[in-house]
Design a protein around this ligand. Structure first.
Ligand code: OAD
Length: 253
């Protein structure tokens, strides 16, 4: 675990105009190695709700419960049926301009692009064409067998006609539930991407789940500059070198 004390001396980030090398055109033309961390704010631009805030998904207490390891253990069939409904809404969602812009940035930078680390389970970065994606909370399009650990794409036919419970609950959605560790997810690869970049963009995350904070600190300790892109102030500001106080769409325009 990284200690934040060492970083507390940093000046507070400067909301407002970013120096050119941290803008999208600066990143395209520059030589910096770039890593990107994304949260629900980027998916909001594709029409999906964020988790927190007035319209947040977790305003619904039932959703918070059903996304937990306790619920999966106690009521696996109920959890599955709720996930199948979520799967449909994610399946039918198209990536936003910002997702495509990140895929283009990766294509332009080649090896200098170290990856998109996403907390989102929507699969929208891959849909938009991003290749180097670390889905640290898993992906709703995937399921995992509880006995063998085998991973498979969730069959769309299950939405209309789920299998009998015995078959259904021998699988689980391959996403990280509340109360679970990151053991099944590519956190080590994500950390490597943080340690090997010069600039890290942190996009649309509140930092209330603190993984982006820890990844930002890790990047800074390795010498990177962390740029926070978020229309609202939040926890990530405290571990960023600067903030772009606007939406992702505004950053990528
Ligand atoms: P939150 O819902 O906590 O935060 C969303 C953030 O997006 C807020 O800081 C908003 O200000 C910001 N935002 C909203 N619209 C934006 C836009 N257009 N451009 C940029 N930013 C925008 O979501 P996360 O921080 O992603 O975990 O939540 C982290 C984790 O908490 C989720 O991955 C989920 C949840 O528990 C699991 O499901 C395991």
């Amino acid at each position: 675990m990284i200690k934040s004390a060492k970083l507390k001396q940093r000046p507070l980030p400067m909301p407002g105009k970013l120096p050119h090398k941290y803008t999208i055109s600066g990143l395209r033309k520059g030589r910096a190695r770039v890593t990107v961390v994304t949260g629900a704010g980027i998916d909001a631009e594709a029409g999906l709700p964020t988790f927190r805030g007035d319209q947040g998904f977790y305003e619904d207490e039932e959703a918070t419960y059903l996304a937990s390891a306790d619920a999966l253990k106690a009521e696996p069939s109920r959890v599955w049926h709720w996930y199948l409904k979520r799967f449909v809404s994610y399946h039918d969602t198209h990536p936003a301009h910002s997702h495509f812009a990140l895929a283009e940035l990766e294509a332009e930078l080649g090896e200098k692009f170290k990856g998109v680390i996403t907390q989102n389970i929507s699969g929208l970065h891959r849909k938009a064409g991003s290749q180097k994606v670390f889905e640290i909370h898993g992906c709703i399009q995937e399921m995992r067998n509880l006995q063998t650990g085998e991973r498979q794409t969730l069959p769309k036919s299950w939405v209309e006609s789920p299998p009998v419970d015995e078959e259904l609950i021998s699988w689980r959605p391959n996403v990280c539930f509340f109360g679970e560790s990151y053991d099944e997810f590519p956190l080590p690869e994500a950390e490597e991407a943080c340690k090997s970049c010069d600039i890290m963009l942190v996009i649309g995350t509140s930092g209330i789940v603190p993984t982006p904070i820890l990844l930002s600190e890790m990047a800074q300790l390795s010498g990177a500059v962390v740029v926070n892109i978020n229309p609202n102030p939040g926890e990530v500001d405290e571990v960023s070198d600067m903030s772009f106080r606007g939406t992702t769409a505004e950053y990528f325009q």
